[in-house]
Design a protein around this ligand. Structure first.
Ligand code: PGA
Length: 253
């Protein structure tokens, strides 16, 4: 048993419009308000333009709001980017950083991720830092090496269990319907916690949430979240359907 409160986080990616975002956010908000037993947290991360709309819908439900990225600078000439300060200002509590899709689509390196995470925590946001190996790296026996390197190089200065969440997302499991064996997930999460301890100390590492992400669904959520070092999930596809997202959250009741 640990004292970590699981986090059920939805990453909507580049999906949704005003009308279905309102519907989805409203179902989640209503459900959480009725079922929140203070034993787990919920977070949704809609596309940027929907954030203020979803914020209005979430109201006082207790569901947290996050963005899917932030810039590393506070302001300035960075067309198309958004600062962590502005995200905080519009009511976000979290931001995802370094998702594998951003590492690939936007060439984000561990150094970029670290700088963004530093900017996020300085602004008062919780940085949900994504790490994970590719299939090739896994097949070459490099899973632990890659994840350790990403933790060490992406962890922001000043990281604590209160301002950083790590999301372990094997790249080959994202959106594919495939997940690692439960033994592999347990081993990797335990190894990640050990590396976090080496970077920021045992006490913070023990308290820090490590989410699993990659094809988490209602059918596999319970057994994944039951693993000692798995403290919730970062959910893509299944977070777009309120029944599925709620069914996953129900495993924390
Ligand atoms: P998935 O995505 O649940 O659709 O696999 C997870 C993620 O990329 O965060």
């Amino acid at each position: 048993m640990t004292n970590r409160k699981p986090l059920i986080a939805g990453n909507w990616k580049m999906n949704g419009n005003v009308s279905n975002a309102k519907e989805l956010a409203s179902s989640i908000a209503i459900w959480y308000k009725e079922n929140n037993n203070n034993k787990f947290n919920m977070l949704i991360c809609p596309p940027l333009p929907l954030l203020p709309i979803v914020k209005g819908i979430l109201g006082d439900s207790g569901v947290f709001l996050g963005s899917q990225d932030c810039h590393m600078n506070d302001e300035g000439a960075h067309t198309g980017d958004t600062s962590a300060l502005l995200l905080k200002d519009i009511g976000c509590t979290h931001t995802i950083i370094g998702h594998s899709e951003r590492r690939t689509d936007h060439n984000e390196t561990d150094a970029t991720v670290k700088a963004k995470a530093e900017s996020a925590i300085k602004a008062g946001l919780i940085a949900v830092i994504c790490i994970g190996e590719t299939l090739e790296e896994r097949d070459n026996g490099k899973t632990l090496e890659v994840n350790s390197r990403q933790v060490i190089n992406s962890m922001p200065n000043g990281a604590t269990a209160d301002n950083v969440v790590i999301a372990y997302e094997p790249v080959w499991a994202i959106g594919t319907g495939r997940i690692p064996s439960l033994e592999d997930v347990a081993e990797t999460h335990a190894a990640i916690r050990k590396v976090i301890a080496e970077v920021i100390g045992d006490e913070e590492a023990e308290k820090m949430n490590i989410l699993y992400g990659g094809s988490m669904k209602p059918e596999n959520a319970e057994e994944l979240i039951a693993i000692t070092d798995v403290d919730g999930g970062l959910i893509g596809g299944a977070s777009l359907k309120s029944e599925d997202f709620i069914a996953i959250a129900q495993t924390c009741l």
